[in-house]
Design a protein around this ligand. Structure first.
Ligand SMILES: C[S@@+](CC[C@H](N)C(=O)[O-])C[C@H]1O[C@@H](n2cnc3c(N)ncnc32)[C@H](O)[C@@H]1O
Length: 212
C-alpha cells in the first residue's frame, strides 16, 4: 500500500490518540480509537474474517480483548441463539459500555467477562474458539498466557490471532504490532500448531492455531 503524507498523518493521529486515551484512562476516547476512524471496515474486512473462521451455530466463542465490541456482535451473529460469545477484557470501563450495548441491542447470547491480565477467566466448560483481534501485542508473557488458556479449549478448539504487522514505522514506533515469526514461535511454545494462515488483511497477520 502507498503511504501518502495524508495517510501517514491520519495513522500518526490515530496511534497518538490511542496512546493518549490509554494514558489518560479515558474510556470514551479508547472506544473511539479502537473502533477505528470511520474506515476500519475497509481494511479490517470483519465479515470475511468471521466467515473464514467457519464458526458453527451453537459454538462457544471467546472474544479476547473485546474492547468496544467491534467483533463481538458479528461473532454473536455467527454462533446464533444456541451459541455463546464471551466478551473478555481487563478494562472494566470498556466492559461497562459493552454490557450496556449488549443490553440495548438485546443480544442474549453475549456474556461480558472481566479478565485478569494473565487469565481470561472463561467458563471451565470451555469454548470452541478463542478469537483475538489487535490484542496479542497487549498480552504479557504470551506463551505462558496461551499455555494456560488451553484449559479453556474444548477438544478440537482453536485460537485465532489477528494482530498488526510491524511493517509500518508507525506500528513499530508505538509497539502496537507483533512480528509474524514471533506469534508463530510463541504459540508453538505454548503447545499449539499453526492450522491456517490467511493473507487477505492488508495491515495484519491472521493465524489460526489448534492444540498440538
Ligand atoms: C486495541 S483493543 C482491541 C479491541 C477489539 N478486539 C477490536 O478489535 O476493536 C485491545 C483490547 O485488549 C484489552 N486487553 C489488554 N490486555 C488484555 C488481557 N491481558 N486480557 C484481556 N484483554 C486485554 C484492552 O483492554 C483493549 O480493550
Amino acid at each position: 500500500m502507498v503511504i501518502t503524507p495524508r495517510r501517514a498523518a491520519r495513522r500518526l493521529f490515530a496511534a497518538a490518540l490511542i496512546a493518549l486515551a490509554v494514558a489518560a484512562g479515558c474510556g470514551d476516547l479508547r472506544r473511539f480509537a479502537y473502533a477505528g476512524f470511520g474506515g476500519r471496515d475497509s481494511w479490517q474486512h470483519p465479515d470475511r474474517v468471521v466467515e473464514s473462521l467457519e464458526i458453527q451455530p451453537g459454538d462457544q466463542v471467546a472474544d479476547l480483548g473485546s474492547g468496544g465490541g467491534y467483533f463481538t456482535f458479528r461473532l454473536a451473529d455467527a454462533v446464533g441463539g444456541t451459541g455463546r460469545v464471551y466478551a473478555v477484557d481487563v478494562d472494566p470501563e470498556m466492559n461497562e459500555h459493552l454490557r450496556a450495548e449488549v443490553a440495548e441491542k438485546d443480544y442474549a447470547n453475549v456474556d461480558v467477562i472481566l479478565a485478569e491480565y494473565a487469565d481470561p477467566r472463561l467458563p471451565e466448560t470451555g469454548v470452541d474458539l478463542i478469537f483475538s483481534a489487535n490484542t496479542y501485542h497487549h498480552l504479557q508473557d504470551r506463551s505462558k498466557y496461551f499455555a494456560n488458556a488451553r484449559r479453556y479449549l474444548q477438544p478440537g478448539g482453536r485460537v485465532a490471532v489477528i494482530d498488526f504487522s510491524p511493517d509500518s514505522w508507525l506500528n513499530r514506533l508505538f509497539g502496537h504490532a507483533t512480528d509474524a515469526d514471533v506469534i508463530r514461535s510463541e504459540m508453538i511454545a505454548a503447545g499449539y500448531r499453526l492450522e491456517r494462515e490467511l493473507d487477505f488483511l492488508p495491515r495484519q497477520h491472521f493465524m489460526v492455531f489448534a492444540v498440538e
